[in-house]
Design a protein around this ligand. Structure first.
Ligand code: GUN
Length: 282
């Protein structure tokens, strides 16, 4: 039987409608949520991501503060900008689009963002909160993936979850989130011996490696929930995930399409985090 597709686009739309109402309630109390989006340099993909985030803010009722800096911006100038945004009471969230141009110290920049405004969840304090179970912002893509898994109705406790990829942005926080939900979690990566032996055990499989179609149907346990975080642009212009859709679809129980799966959820979670921050301010 073919997998049930998880419609991230529709779920994100529904979530964003709810956020719009919460935004309007805040506005009635005289508070407009604000998100500062910092983009350094001219990276083409980053420009598209940032534009989409800013559009989503406007559509929801969040004021977006665009901060565009040239590729040759110094570390000091960028840090000064972050400090100013930290001190700006009308800014509830600060997002620094990654990757930063070569020569800029990403770790130092992220560490400077006040954790109360760290709506991307990349600050070591936010990551540490996730590790220890304390309150803090969850990074948007893993948070969105968890919401998609929840919506399948498949319980996570006691299940085998396998995350392929160990990035700070997706793989590591995703694994921690699944652990928090009482799944038994395995993290695989580029040096994993016999990847398929692991993925075939997975009741929940999250692919976040950035390699088009690398998870094929024969690597999937029949009936598994498969979450595809990959957004890979092929030479012919097509955008595909890390999961080979054609071979995965007849095997998986639930599957996210690309595009229209995880992508729209990342933005919805960013808006949600920003709104939560503004609600705390209000
Ligand atoms: N670059 C790739 N993904 C992301 C993301 O979720 N947030 C930021 N800030 N940069 C990214």
């Amino acid at each position: 039987m073919a997998a049930t597709l998880i419609d991230g686009k529709a779920i994100a739309r529904e979530i964003r409608e709810g956020l719009k109402a919460r935004c309007a309630a805040l506005a009635a109390r005289g508070v407009t949520p604000g998100l500062a989006v910092v983009l350094v340099g001219e990276d083409a993909a980053s420009q598209i991501y940032v534009r989409n985030k800013e559009r989503a803010c406007k559509a929801t009722g969040i004021r977006s503060v665009a901060v565009r800096l040239p590729a040759d911006t110094t570390q000091e100038a960028l840090e000064d900008k972050i400090r100013a945004l930290n001190d700006d009471a009308t800014v509830d969230g600060i997002l620094v689009q990654l990757p930063l141009p070569a020569g800029l110290d990403e770790r130092r920049v992220l560490a400077l963002i006040r954790p109360e405004k760290d709506v991307d969840g990349f600050h070591v304090q936010s990551m540490g909160a996730l590790v220890t179970g304390a309150a803090g912002f969850l990074s948007c893509t893993p948070k969105g993936c968890l919401e998609l898994i929840r919506r399948t109705g498949v319980p996570l406790a006691g299940k085998e979850a396998v995350v392929v990829g160990r990035s700070n942005i997706v793989g590591k926080p995703m694994a921690l989130l699944l652990l928090r939900e009482n799944a038994t979690v395995t993290v695989c990566h580029s040096r994993t011996a016999d990847l398929a032996a692991h993925t075939r055990r997975a009741d929940i499989l999250v692919a976040a490696v950035g390699r088009p179609g690398m998870i094929t149907g024969d690597m999937i346990k029949p009936g598994a929930v498969v979450i595809d975080v990959g957004i890979n642009r092929l030479e012919d212009g097509r955008v595909v995930g890390d999961v080979d859709f054609a071979s995965a679809e007849p095997v998986a129980g639930f599957l996210t399409p690309v595009p229209g799966g995880v992508g729209p959820m990342t933005i919805a979670m960013l808006l949600e985090n920003t709104l939560e921050s503004a609600e705390k301010r209000a």
